[in-house]
Every structure is written in C-alpha cells, then in structure tokens.
Design a protein around this ligand. Structure first.
Ligand code: ADP
Ligand code: ADP
Length: 225
C-alpha cells in the first residue's frame, strides 16, 4: 500500500519560502502531475517526498508510515532526474544495477532484475552500451529502468519529457502511461508544460508561489478559467 500523504509541508530557505504549507493526499496507483511555472516549488516538493530535501515543517507519510525523517534509500521510491544523471563511464546495465548496489542484493538477483527492468523499457539489446552511444530517448529510458529496478512503491519523475524532441516526447508519454498502468505504481511527476500534464496525468495539481492553486482531473483543471 503506497498512498502518499503530505501534511502541510513547508520548505524555507534563508529568504525564500519555496513550499508553503502544501497538503496533498495521493492514492495508491494514481498518476499525478505537479504543474506550474518555474520557481513555484514543484521540484522542491518532489524532493521532499523523495527525501532529498529536508522538510522545514510538516510530514510526509507513505503507506501510512511517517517517512519524514528517513533518508531516500529507506523510502523505497524510484527517482528520475531531469537530465538523466547517468554515469558516463558505466554501461547501461551497470547504470541500472547501481540502484541496487546499496541494497545488498545478490549478484544473481541483480542481473535478473536489471534484465527485467531493461526489458520493460525495451532496451535489453543495448545493455552493454555506454550512455553516450544512446539517443536522448534511450538515455531517458535507462533512467526510468534505474528508477524501476528497485521495485519502488512510488515513482517520482522530474520533467521526464522536457529534454526530448517532439516525437520522442509523444512516445515517452505513452510509455510512461503504459508502464504506470501495468505496474500500478503510484507516480508523481513534475512539469511546467500544461499540455503534458493534461495528456499524461489522471490528476493535475497546479502550484503557484509555493502553494496549491488547483487540484483535479485534467478536465476539471482545464475547464477552470
Ligand atoms: P520549480 O521546480 O517549480 O521550478 P523549485 O522547487 O526548484 O521550483 O524552487 C522553488 C523556489 O525555491 C525558487 O524560488 C527557488 O529559487 C528556491 N530554491 C530552490 N532550491 C533552493 C536552494 N537549494 N536554495 C535556495 N533556494 C532554493
Ligand atoms: P528545476 O529546473 O528542476 O526547477 P533548477 O534548475 O531550478 O531545477 O535547480 C537546480 C538545482 O539548483 C536544484 O538542486 C535546486 O535545489 C538548486 N537551486 C534552485 N534555486 C536555487 C537557489 N535560488 N539557490 C540555490 N540553489 C538553488
């Protein structure tokens, strides 16, 4: 069970309130977009859910468990960064395996799980390549496989489509939706692109200046003037 509940979370930097009492309840299996202009607090919110940024106030609950004080590795979440963040000197398979390395998984199980994750994103045939030998879309899929290999309860994606050209973006939209559906994994992704949020997500949470401005299905959010 992996509902994600944010209880009035706040992130304050010296001069800035990046996130200002955000409360949100996300059900197991939902595909949610955090949408809003640059600087509105989307990435900070995502990172607080993932544990990469400490909350100043409030709580993060996952599956009923308070994870507010836990480090990222103990939250069982998959995280996909904006610019892939693949290790250039490691092969595709090694990049994906890296997600398991800190988890004391045996070599045999690592190999099996890496193979399965690469199958899911249709990259098994490129396992021994280096990232620079792949297209942008393929690199993005490696990042997705690395997030999935830990069999996360929750998938967090930061602008997963923004570095891709129009055609690849279309393909990845469909792929993310299909993966999310077939795995039933609670997924939260950040985007500044309204069309992307409306076409990919089941639910769109619009942020502005650190607060939630709107929250609803794509139809509800789109129809509000
Ligand atoms: P978004 O993802 O919506 O573009 P961010 O969450 O990155 O917004 O940033 C929200 C606000 O917090 C911005 O004003 C940004 O400058 C500020 N901010 C983000 N990270 C830091 C940081 N590490 N130190 C200081 N201010 C930050
Ligand atoms: P995004 O495009 O995902 O919103 P940014 O490019 O705004 O991310 O930020 C990149 C990194 O810089 C992040 O780690 C963020 O926390 C940090 N950052 C953003 N704004 C500030 C800031 N005003 N001061 C210090 N660090 C910041």
């Amino acid at each position: 069970m992996s509902d994600v509940i944010l209880q009035s979370i706040v992130k304050r930097y010296d001069q800035t309130v990046a996130v200002d009492h955000v409360s949100l309840s996300i059900s197991q299996g939902d595909l949610v977009a955090l949408l809003g202009p640059s600087g509105c607090g989307k990435t900070t919110t995502l990172r607080m859910i993932g544990g990469f940024v400490d909350v100043t106030e409030g709580k993060v609950l996952v599956g009923g468990r308070d994870v507010t004080a836990l480090p990222p590795a103990r939250r069982n979440m998959g995280f996909g960064f904006q610019n892939y963040a693949l290790f250039p000197h490691m092969t595709v398979a090694q990049n994906v395996a890296f997600g398991l390395e800190m988890r004391r998984v045996s070599k045999a199980e690592t190999a099996a799980r890496v193979g399965q994750a690469l199958d899911r994103v249709k990259l098994a045939h490129l396992a021994e390549r280096l990232p620079k030998q792949l297209s942008g879309g393929q690199q993005q899929r490696v990042a997705l496989a690395r997030a999935l290999v830990i069999e996360p309860d929750v998938l967090l994606l930061d602008e997963p489509l923004s570095n891709l050209d129009a055609q690849l973006r279309q393909e990845m939209k469909i792929e993310i939706r299909e993966l999310q559906r077939s795995l039933g994994i609670t997924t939260i992704f950040v985007t500044h692109d309204q069309d992307e949020a409306l076409s990919v997500a089941d639910r769109v949470v619009v942020m502005r200046q650190g607060r939630i401005e709107q929250d609803g299905t794509p139809d509800e959010v789109f129809e509000t003037p």
